[in-house]
Design a binder for this molecule. Sequence first.
Ligand code: GLN
Length: 310
Amino acid sequence: PHDLNRHDLDDILGTINEEVRQRFGEGKLPDYIPSLADVPEDRFGMALALPDGRIHAVGNARDPFSIQSVSKVFTLTLAMSAVGDELWKRVDREPSGDPFNSLVQLEYEKGIPRNPFMNAGALVTADVVLSSYADAEATLLEFMRARSGNPEVGTDEVVAKSERESGHRNVAMANFIRSYGNLDNDVDAVLGFYYLQCSLRMDCVDLARSVQYLADAGHCATSDVQVTSAEGATRINSVMMTAGTYDAAGDFAYYVGLPAKSGVGGGIVAVVPHVMGVCVWSPGLDDKGNSLLGRYALHRFTRMTGLSVF
Ligand code: GLN
């Protein structure tokens, strides 16, 4: 399967695109962040980014969307670069089996979130990034522009505001973690940075390029930069596999078989280790908050290419 050529990949993407378009309407838009419910549901895009810089894309692969929790991959990378294994003293790396916005395990675990991909863990990761970089917001923006090769990458103020106004659960979570002493910065600063990362607007091509370093031992083809070590990339992929899609991580491993990270904006990035970075997007979600058709597309993709890591 590793010598799939351009023609094969374009054919496979074309088939997936046709299949997915028959199923528009099956997912549900998230209504707990009001501005994300305004997006048209009948959209699907998919992009593949190879280490030689080649891109294959189909459908709405150039429509920008709110990347939401997909951003947690990049803040995890920044946090690991800054503090290394010290990070794991403050956040665990176990699958949770609970929804992404769950607080329930925080009390038993004394403010140590189960993994960096649930909201609780992403808040601690955001805190580490805030403490580690002089201008964390500029660092993150620069990181995303360099990885994607798109200097226009920015945030969506409307989405950030909508989240700030409706994020009561995240406020509770941040305060709860803080009560255990596991946030160094002000709760408001941590939440502000977290909403900023979630409100980044990017498209499938941007995001496929942005995760490609995880498929090439930490080397980013777009910027020709070693973003993390080969070991770092392996570690991040392993956490994506076990926790990147929350309480559906088992199902993702079973059907898709790739490290993946989803967001409630309908995007999912996936990594085919040593082969390519992938991004799919379709706004309708399943009951776990993952893109329903995005997951279906990834499932079809690994079935047709034989590229599941298993
Ligand atoms: N910003 C969203 C939230 O905090 C991110 C959740 C997600 O994408 N799963 O609820």
